[in-house]
Write a protein that binds this ligand. Structure first.
Ligand SMILES: [Zn+2]
Ligand SMILES: [Zn+2]
Length: 335
């Protein structure tokens, strides 16, 4: 049976209905019948071919929630009818140093990405390695789980890998799709969270999400006054900012973790980094084990994205809203 999907046929074009014949189900793969799929900024980047890795027709969608419709003959950990989520990564070598340590997202041998060189989740179904179809906890609302698979995992994973602990002073730069989840996680971890945004527009919402302080950067000296304050800053913005100001806001041994992709190269003054032993790190959506732990955490602690829901057929409307930055805070397509 053909897969019914939405695809762009060339860079920056509109989504159009598109169907394709799926490849035979590999023994280690599952077929997921898509119920919901988020719209991520990386989908827009792939539509535009921003990173030069897009191939067309391109079917975006890497925040998939659905039910297992079929399992390959070697799959024994997932059952037909079980609800799962799929994020940015859809396969890895499974045997390298990183894969064996539960860091499949760092696999150096073979990484398969859900919408790179293969078809993604803005469709009625997709097929992935079973290891990358993560079972959803029973109590997790499936209509809100999609954005956790990429946005949630992207902010969660560095917090875990860089050992964010209760009592730390933390900050989240950018209160958007990623940032509004980062604020919730850091608050539930027991850290003292400051939200940082260009204006005070989102202050009330950020405080409702768990922020205890707020810094507006445009035309104020609020960031300068926060010198030496934060143990961990996570940047979720994709614009260029004055990174040296954020490094100055780190306490000694503090870490700036960048998970949004800046437009340009980072220009960093060396002295404030080595003198106070500060770090600048990257971070990205994590491995299946990290994602499963995050989903459990969200269920137990009531962390959830704020979503606007669209019918899958209204995908162009959803994309326009995300592209124009109007969506608060994440768009989800329902099939
Ligand atoms: Zn994404
Ligand atoms: Zn590997």
């Amino acid at each position: 049976m053909k897969v019914q999907a939405y695809a762009v046929m060339s860079p920056k074009s509109e989504l159009v209905p598109f169907e394709y014949d799926p490849k035979p189900l590999n023994p280690q793969e599952v077929e997921v019948r898509v119920q919901y799929c988020g719209v991520c900024h990386s989908d827009l980047g792939m539509i535009n071919n921003d990173w030069g890795i897009s191939t067309y027709p391109l079917i975006p969608g890497h925040e998939v929630v659905g039910e297992i419709a079929a399992v390959g003959e070697q799959v024994n950990d997932l059952k037909v009818g079980q609800r799962v989520g799929v994020g940015w990564q859809s396969g890895s070598c499974q045997v390298c140093h990183y894969c064996r340590r539960g860091k499949e997202h760092l696999c150096v041998v073979h990484q398969e990405e859900t919408i790179v060189g293969r078809h993604g989740g803005w469709a009625d179904s997709l097929r992935v390695q079973s290891h990358f179809a993560i079972p959803l906890p029973e109590n997790l609302d499936p209509s809100l789980a999609g954005p956790l698979m990429c946005a949630g995992s992207t902010v969660w994973t560095p917090m875990i890998h860089y050992d964010v602990r209760p009592g730390m002073k933390t900050a989240v730069l950018g209160v958007g799709g990623l940032g509004h989840l980062a604020v919730q996680f850091l608050a539930k971890f027991g850290t003292d969270v400051t939200a940082i945004s260009s204006s005070h527009n989102k202050e009330e919402e950020a405080r409702q999400l768990g922020a205890t302080d707020f810094i507006a950067t445009r035309g104020t000296d609020e960031l300068a006054k926060a010198a030496n304050r934060f143990d961990f800053i996570i940047s979720t913005v994709s614009a260029d900012v004055d990174w040296n100001q954020y490094i100055a806001a780190l306490a000694p041994e503090g870490r700036l973790c960048i998970v949004g992709v800046p437009e340009s190269e980072l220009k960093l003054a060396p002295f404030p980094i080595f003198h106070e032993q500060r770090s600048v790190s990257g971070g990205r959506a994590g491995a299946p084990g990290d994602t499963a732990a995050m989903l459990e955490f969200c269920t137990k602690h009531g962390v959830a994205p704020m979503c606007e829901q669209f019918d899958m057929k209204d995908v162009n409307q959803a994309v326009d809203r995300v592209r124009s930055g109007k969506v608060r805070y994440r768009a989800v397509l329902a099939s």
